[in-house]
Design a protein. Sequence first.
Length: 393
Amino acid sequence: MTSSFFPPHRTLMGPGPSDVSARVLGALSRPTIGHLDPLFVQLMDEIKGLLQYAFQTENALTLPVSAPGSAGMEACFVNLVSPGDKVIVCQNGVFGGRMQENVERCGATAIMVQDEWGHPVSLDKVAQAFADHPDASLLAFVHAETSTGVRSDAEALCALAREHNALSIVDAVTSLGGIELKVDEWGADAVYSGTQKCLSCVPGISPVTFSPAAVERIQGREHKVQSWFLDMKLVMGYWGGSSKRAYHHTAPVNDLYALHESLVMLQEEGLEAAFARHLHNHRALVAGLEAMGLSMAVAEAYRLPQLNAVNIPEGVDDAGVRTTLLNDFNLEIGAGLGALAGKTWRIGLMGFASNERNVLACLTALEAVLAAQGVDLNRGAALAAAGEVFSGR
Ligand SMILES: *Cc1c(COP(=O)(O)O)cnc(C)c1O
């Protein structure tokens, strides 16, 4: 007989999922009701309002796609890209490559703007791409590159798109709730995120928002959207503004209780306070890592507070360290991805997991494991340095 599964209590400090609070887990276990129950429809309206708050937008088409961040990505591309379109795609890590895949699968041409991994998207290169391809109808980029820990200038990139009469598609999977993201003020047209990063909700839902200009382009499409499930014209019938909701698919009812709770928590804290908390804990972690003798992989000006890329010291057994952290300390940190595999660790401080206790626990555990591997460290310096940042609050 197979028995029930009881996962251990890990501390999740990787690239996502992040720690889910007891409040959100509690919401998840409330009684399931019908997805067309009037009370559930009310909850949907509240979720929409809370997402508008989190995205800082008044976009009417703001909703949680019933699938992970990758589905939110695909929803933006399949609805806005038509066969034959030219799309400028910025790549400075893993996720830009997935955007290219999406564009090409829509029968369109991706004009790639490449930047080195660990660096932000170059505004000059994007301006040049628009000069070379004035007929490009979209610009797609990743705001917070989780694969490298780099923040790109989303505000300036959205402005560049508008200057060239193109719409923007913004990957905000790791930015929502962790760093400033002003959808309306920046004029972003299609933005997608995920629940398992800085919202600290369970994985599997993707909040998206579309500007009026994006909705207009969707309404004016000549080709049917290639995905039935992600076709926003159909989804709008279920999530739309009218009080009559038509069945499209069965919403993940309990997951949406959880999302609602995590967004209520974000609203209680306040967006600005949440951003400040992420920054403060990031500063303490960096101070500790540097005092220990480690170095950060990303220049200070572009670092993401919620995803800290650290250089792995020479001669260290990358996988061995992560396995020991997991098995002996119940602590998960992320490996490097793609070009950075074996070169960096990615330490997440996302959402609920961005707290003082996790910073200190991670520094303590990492120091112990590295010292056991014989790495030459300034023992004891990390906690003092992090403590200084915390006490300077
Ligand atoms: C995690 C992530 C995704 C994918 O989200 P999933 O929920 O894993 O599908 C996309 N883009 C970025 C920047 C991410 O960090």
